[in-house]
Design a protein around this ligand. Structure first.
Ligand code: PSV
Ligand code: MN
Ligand code: MN
Length: 429
């Protein structure tokens, strides 16, 4: 396997920091031991954690207004895979890539799977795209896709999703993530009930094409591109649709897709309660679907989401195996750096959630001791878990400080020389 970053470079970097890491890990271990926590057991759980990176996140996303490409930015799935391999090689928590079609279209998917494998990667959920028209496509999605009033358009959207399942089978995926931009921009534009009926009927045809071990992850979003109503706008619409479709349909929570101030951790608990929590798109948001870096705006919320996920792990329902993915748009940073930083932020919140004294929390909840319950969470949130993450990373072959090692490798300067320049243009959703 030829990985993009030199193994010697990573080893040298780690050697330089080995003594400091041992000291910090031992000090944190003593601190946690006083609380009755075995640091090695936490490190073991952290080592087992992973989150997929989005193929589309490897490029500069841009916004509706502009895209500012950077030199060396990937322009095809092969280059994107190479960049994702860098993220995995240094972080060791992102072994899978979530592809998007037709953006990542190639002629030979078995070869693509082998290519990913040779880079130490596998594929995660396949994302369909019926929110944009593609060159040469017979029907336009201007009237919507799975919910369009035009039968031929619905049929085209169904066939595209089924094609995504087939591609997914060739590349080793077992989940199809379906997000549709369908909705309306004006009151009265469509019958809100009939539009959902059409969506459900079409989605059931996609569902019928799922292989036995596959899941269909329904991703809701409140608005954009539809600004008056969206067909699958919230977790209520999502769970109702998933319940109607059947057991293989689950809900996917993108952290940026909710009404402002909504309690996302409670949504997580609700979806889990009904066995419908299928996956996540991690990112952060200040105003809407901002697709900012995970944990950059509200790391406490991310921790509270993971607190619910750890509770869910302890009380699994209906084959609980959420697909964790990043979904971000990098407009002003090197995407590799953003995803390294985000993967660390996400894993940190998982580690902190593992540190919560569950007996103390549940006891305080039963006794209605609000302050102790809150402080039990706070105590875990306040721990600097960086030594646990670094230890797990180094032991798995990653870098002590992934960002520093990445800069030191000059990977981005090398790619700027090797790769074709990217044209200007608007961004992606
Ligand atoms: C829609 O805003 C979304 O979150 C969906 O996951 C899409 O697949 C992705 O963004 C496209 O960038
Ligand atoms: Mn998303
Ligand atoms: Mn989004």
């Amino acid at each position: 396997m030829t990985l993009p970053i030199s193994g010697d470079l990573i080893a040298d970097h780690n050697d330089q920091h080995a003594a400091a890491l041992d000291e910090d890990y031992a000090a944190l271990g003593r601190q946690l031991e006083r609380r009755g926590i075995d640091i090695d057991a936490i490190k073991h759980r952290v080592a087992g954690f992973s989150v997929a990176v989005p193929s589309w996140g490897a490029g500069r996303g841009g916004t509706r207004f502009a895209k500012f490409p950077i030199a060396g930015e990937p322009t095809n799935i092969h280059e994107k895979l190479e960049d994702c391999a860098v993220i995995q090689q240094l972080s060791r928590v992102t072994p899978r890539v979530s592809p998007h079609f037709p953006w990542d279209k190639v002629s030979d998917y078995r070869a693509l799977r082998e290519e990913a494998d040779s880079l130490g990667l596998a594929f995660d959920a396949v994302n369909s795209n019926t929110f944009q028209d593609q060159p040469g496509q017979p029907q336009s999605y201007s009237t919507g896709s799975l919910s369009s009033t035009i039968e031929a358009t619905r049929q085209q959207a169904i066939e595209h999703n089924i094609e995504c399942i087939e591609i997914g089978q060739a590349i080793g995926s077992t989940d199809l993530t379906v997000w549709v931009g369908d909705g309306t921009n004006f009151p009265g534009q469509q019958d809100l009930g009939k539009q959902l009926d059409r969506y459900l009927e079409a989605a059931s045809q996609v569902y019928a094409a799922l292989p036995d071990d596959w899941r269909m992850l329904l991703e809701h979003k409140m608005f954009e591109p539809a600004f008056y109503s969206t067909v699958i706008s919230d977790w209520g619409s999502s769970i109702l649709a998933a319940q109607e479709l059947g057991p293989k349909a689950k809900c996917l929570v993108d952290l940026g897709h909710h009404a402002p101030n909504v309690n996302i951790e409670q949504i997580v608990a609700r979806l889990h309660r009904f066995g419908k929590l299928g996956g996540f798109h991690f990112n952060d948001s200040k105003y809407g679907d901002d697709d900012l870096d995970s944990g950059s705006i509200n790391p406490h919320q991310l921790f509270l989401v993971f607190n619910e996920l750890v509770e869910a792990e302890l009380n699994p329902r209906d084959d609980f195996r959420p697909a964790y993915m990043i979904d971000q748009s990098h407009n002003v940073t090197d995407p590799i750096e953003s995803m390294l930083s985000s993967a660390e932020a996400i894993t940190s919140c998982y580690a902190k959630a593992l540190l919560v004294d569950r007996d103390a929390l549940h006891g305080a909840q039963e006794a209605n001791d609000t302050m102790i319950a809150f402080q039990t969470l706070r105590r875990a949130y306040n721990v600097d878990v960086a030594p646990i993450l670094a230890k797990a990373r180094v032991e798995a072959g990653g870098a002590y400080d992934a960002l520093v090692a990445y800069r030191y490798s000059q990977y981005s300067a090398r790619k700027a020389q090797e790769r074709a320049a990217v044209g200007l243009g608007a961004g992606i959703v």
